[in-house]
Ligand binder design. Sequence first.
Ligand SMILES: [Zn+2]
Length: 208
Amino acid sequence: MRIIDISMQIYEGMPVYKNKPEKKPIIRITKDYGSGSDVRESKIELELHTGTHLDAPLHMIEGGMDSAFFRTEDMVQKCKVLDMTWVEGGISDTDLRIKDVGPGDYILLKTRNSFEEVFNPDFVYLTESGARYLVDKAVKGVGIDSLGIERSQPGYPTHKLLLGKGIYILEGLRLKDVPEGSYTLIAAPLNIAGVEASPVRAFLLGEG
Ligand SMILES: [Zn+2]
């Protein structure tokens, strides 16, 4: 069995959404050897939408469900990686129509984003029509290799369509080395109470 880590590494200089300095994580050593202590301890200040993470409905829907939305039984499940690396700009319903997508599928969209190491403001995203198509197909979750599943869409329709239907949104994936196909996805958020998102360590398990 092959285990593929599809998460982003967290470090202070890592790529963040729109590369805003205030969104970068801060890691501080609070105790260290040789300074009156014989241990090291650190703390981190981290936006919950940093790197690979899951969004809960509360992120985009007032009164929506918080991190209680992340059900333990959904943290390990079958998924389908779809190769969308030929798409430029936004992934639309037309782009998705040629793929095998059905009810209950957890879809991971592999795009050219996976081949870029720095934040690109023109990242490939899922358009409103693409989100509507996946809602109509009754998928269970949608993952993508960008720090946001949408951009340049006033009112955030992609987020709202998916989260409004209780569909998982998994952002910040790294899928460069992952061929299209079926896998087992492990995506476990931290167990933080009452929040609208959580960082995730995500793996794919494949044959071979
Ligand atoms: Zn997010």
